[in-house]
Design a protein around this ligand. Sequence first.
Ligand code: TYD
Length: 201
Amino acid sequence: MPLVTFEGIDGCGKTTQIEKLSEYLKSKGIKHSIFREPGGTKIGEQIRNILLDKSNTSMDPKTEFLLYAASRAQLVKEKVKPELEKGEYVILDRYIDSSVAYQGFGRGLGKRIVMLVNEFATDMLYPDLTFYFEIDKETFEKRMKPKKDRLESEGWLFMERVIEGYNSLKRSKRFVTVDGKLGENEIFKVIIEEFEKHFAL
Ligand code: TYD
């Protein structure tokens, strides 16, 4: 069964759309599970706390990168693969592309090593469909004002590099770019259209 991922910089609005998609699938009686990254498993949630803790100011980019990959390896093994094997849809709030964008480009570790380690971590499990929510600086700054975690504290300059990372993935056939500035319902319409097109619902 299909693996669908949602991507974008912080504040892009993907989480709201995942909730809407879940309601839609429920209304159609389509079984699915949703996991967030980093996290989604007991071990992964512990890793998440380390990653997002603002007091961890001295974390090396390589440590950060490997912790994301570790959380992902656990999620794929413990949840994603078993669910897919049961024949259910799996929806992920962030996946490999986040590491390419944030660690590969944002932190400057490079795309090659990020892909290599993630292929190892996931046994090359790639999504069937990826929604990428594109937003501009103005929207980002408006949405980022309240509670910032360690990565959200990075600001626009960092996000510009992250966006460059996402842009480098746009050519991939599974990648659908959504204008994150559109209204909630307009965006949802696009998502459903794509979903139906890909999976013949
Ligand atoms: P979260 O609060 O879940 O943010 P969002 O709602 O925007 O997804 O925090 C996840 C943070 O971790 C987010 O800033 C992006 C970052 N991240 C990476 O840097 N690399 C990764 O591989 C993943 C999955 C997330």
